[in-house]
Design a protein around this ligand. Structure first.
Ligand code: 1GP
Length: 232
């Protein structure tokens, strides 16, 4: 099951804390995207996560939970993505919360369904950067070095360059990608139309699209078309 991640080119990330009507959800789940990632930086609870999962399950699309809160780990997802924020100044976001989860849930953890992600968080204004106290001042070569450690030393299957809320520096993203031998490179942040999706897709392996779903559905759907139907 973990291998499905390797085939993803486009993913929509849906936030359990943000309302989404049935029509929009159907359009997103039937868009041709490769998977739905459920996750958010604040306000994620067991109930709103469970509710969103139930609604997504009406559609034939892989659905994974990106775990950001110990209280909101809902069983029944296809995979559980476990962020490790590599450039956080607080070790709880690198390993502390994960250890707490192991202590709390121990035997119940479906280890074969966990996929760790090495996050490099680069937009200082994003909620995730503030919450995790990320050092967002990393240069291109510093970011690439973090990625190399994640790939070659920690052997993480995913490195995720996260600019949540703003379109990032694609030269930096490409530089990160060049340093990876095995890990898949996810990019997310500020993808708002076909053009930004195309640019990101040429710098990374998997493009993650979030906010635009909630503000302009048509443009969100064009991001799928730009990547999946043009062979990028
Ligand atoms: C957020 O990387 C995702 O975690 C997507 O970012 O919401 O800016 O599209 P946006």
């Amino acid at each position: 099951m973990k291998q499905i991640v390797q085939a993803w080119r486009h993913v929509f990330k849906l936030d359990p804390d943000r309302p989404i009507d049935d029509q929009t959800l159907e359009a997103v789940c039937s868009s041709g995207t490769d998977a739905i990632m459920v996750g958010g930086s604040s306000g994620v609870t067991y109930d709103n996560t469970d509710c969103l999962l139930t609604r997504i399950r009406k559609f034939q699309i892989p659905c994974v939970l990106e775990v950001s809160s110990l209280e909101a780990i809902v069983p029944g997802f296809d995979l559980f993505l476990i962020p490790m924020v590599l450039n956080s100044c607080d070790p709880q976001w690198l390993i502390g919360n994960q250890a707490k989860a192991a202590e709390m849930y121990g035997e119940m953890i479906p280890w074969n369904l966990l996929v760790p992600e090495g996050y490099i968080v680069l937009n200082p204004d994003s909620t995730v950067a503030k919450r995790t106290e990320a050092n967002t001042l990393l240069t291109e070569s510093e970011s690439a070095a973090y990625a190399q450690i994640a790939d070659r030393m920690l052997q993480l299957p995913i490195v995720y360059v996260e600019y949540s809320g703003t379109f990032g520096n694609m030269e930096l993203v490409s530089a990160v990608g060049r340093r990876l031998e095995h890990a898949r490179l996810f990019y997310g942040g500020g993808i708002v139309d076909g053009e930004t999706a195309r640019l990101a897709a040429s710098a990374c392996d998997t493009v993650v699209v979030g906010n635009i779903v909630y503000s302009d559905l048509d443009k969100a759907l064009k991001t799928v078309d730009a990547i999946k139907n043009r062979g990028i």
